[in-house]
Design a protein around this ligand. Structure first.
Ligand SMILES: Nc1nc2c(c(=O)[nH]1)N[C@H]1C(S)=C(S)[C@@H](COP(=O)(O)OP(=O)(O)OC[C@H]3O[C@@H](n4cnc5c(N)ncnc54)[C@H](O)[C@@H]3O)O[C@H]1N2
Ligand code: MOO
Length: 398
């Protein structure tokens, strides 16, 4: 049963949206297609790293206590070569970066500090200490050790770690599909002639760009007229998408038909109208197994609600442990007025002198939005703030 709450607090709305959706099923994906996805299970090391005591430099493996030699050079150890024979007293082994030390050696004399005369090796510069230029066996990680926890996002560094730990494929959640429909009789496709009375539809390309920062598949359902039947058919076309996203037609005007079309198509609304500025007319619900998110049409409102609701929803379905936007503390560069009855999400940018809010905070001001790289989140009923005051910022996803 639909429950429409007037001006729902932002955090409550986020929690309700995430509660509507389950993380998607798990699949084993090759490491080359895991970037940015979240682990569905803990990952343990299948091997020791390094697999033996390895040289960190090109030179000679020796016993440190025998410095400065002389040593007799017997044999060589190369990365990928045969395991070198054990070292006897007075012997050195030619060694290269990444190669295993022979048993008995405990340090590497780098070749810049070595003199080789008539087959006799001697050490220059400073005395050697045990362990010098040696990467000890399993000093990075040990077989069986848990290296990455379920819910961790697979960054480039974590992919490197998983591969070195012996994994060629990883358990991740399926990527959600997001169907985007743009509504409005006034809209024309990007790049098409836009005579007076029309404007280019920028929301779908903007949302697709935001969605590039999270793992998902996008289906663009194009522009749909402000017509109830056309909108109901568009919801039917969205079919099995995990997330159905609309922009525009979310407010209370006679041509704002998304809500009746959604319920007319069989959807059940969970909430509508959030205590936020911009973005108040946001709505969410379920249509079959799909989660529906209806964003406002104003480009700035669509951007802010996508950042606060759409991206967390994709992250949650993808298995993220922390799906909500990153929050940071920062200092204001200039004063801000008191807030009203809604939380303000001000477009701002980070500068040397602190956080600067852009001059136009109108929810249709795209030129001002294009200067911003973060939002300042100011709760409803906040007092005026001075330069230097602490504020919470949400960096734009990259
Ligand atoms: N009487 C009231 N009027 C309005 C209220 C209200 O509470 N009472 N809420 C206002 C708020 S807040 C917002 S936000 C807007 C959003 O309304 P809609 O979601 O219905 O958006 P539209 O009316 O369809 O469009 C608003 C604006 O954005 C332009 N637009 C729409 N789609 C696109 C697109 N794909 N690309 C670029 N621009 C787009 C559209 O042409 C309009 O100019 O409602 C207030 N009204
Ligand atoms: O909530 Mo609306 O997005 O202020 O313009």
């Amino acid at each position: 049963m639909a429950r429409v709450v007037s001006l729902l607090p932002v955090s409550e709305a986020q929690a309700r949206l995430l509660a509507l959706a389950q993380p998607l099923p798990v699949e084993e994906a090759p490491v080359t297609s895991c970037a940015g996805r979240w682990l569905a299970l803990d990952i343990a090391a299948r091997r020791d790293q390094p697999w033996a005591d390895l040289s960190a430099m090109d030179g000679y493996a020796v016993r440190a206590a025998e410095w400065p030699g002389p040593w007799r050079v017997s044999g060589a150890s190369t990365a990928g070569g045969a395991i070198p024979a054990p070292l006897s007293a007075g012997e050195a082994c030619r060694i290269f970066t990444g190669a295993p030390l022979p048993t008995g050696a405990d340090a590497v004399l780098i070749q810049e500090n070595a003199a080789l005369t008539d087959g006799q090796l001697s050490g220059l510069d400073k005395p050697l200490t045990p362990g010098l230029h040696v990467r000890a066996m399993a000093s990075d990680f040990r077989s069986g050790e848990t290296l990455l926890a379920a819910g961790a996002q697979l960054s480039a560094a974590r992919i490197a770690l998983a591969v070195l730990a012996g994994h060629g494929a990883l358990p991740v959640r399926k990527r959600p599909t997001v169907a985007i429909l743009s509504t409005g009789n006034e809209l024309v496709p990007p790049g098409a002639p836009a005579p007076p009375g029309t404007l280019p539809s920028s929301n779908a390309p903007m949302l697709a760009a935001l969605l590039r920062t999270v793992p998902c598949e996008i289906v663009d359902l194009g522009i749909v007229a402000d017509d109830l039947d056309a909108l109901i058919q568009a919801f039917a076309r969205a079919g099995q998408a995990d997330i159905i996203l609309s922009t525009g037609g979310a407010s209370v005007g006679d041509h704002d038909l998304v809500r009746p079309a959604f319920t007319g198509a069989g959807g059940s609304l969970d909430f509508w109208k959030i205590r936020m500025r911009p973005g108040k007319p946001l709505m969410a619900g379920k249509l079959g197994a799909s989660i529906f998110l209806g964003l406002p049409g104003n480009p700035v409102s669509a951007f802010v609600t996508a950042m606060l609701f759409l991206l967390p929803l994709v992250r949650h379905m993808g298995g993220a442990a922390s799906p909500l936007p990153l929050r940071l503390n920062a200092r204001l560069a200039a004063p801000l007025p008191a807030t009203g009855e809604r939380d303000d999400f001000l477009r701002a940018y980070r500068a040397e002198e602190g956080i600067v809010s852009v001059t136009s905070q109108d929810s249709a001001a795209t030129a001002a939005m294009a200067l911003a790289d973060c939002l300042i989140w100011r709760p409803a009923s906040s007092d005026a703030a001075r330069a230097g005051d602490a504020v919470t910022i949400l960096p734009f996803p990259q």
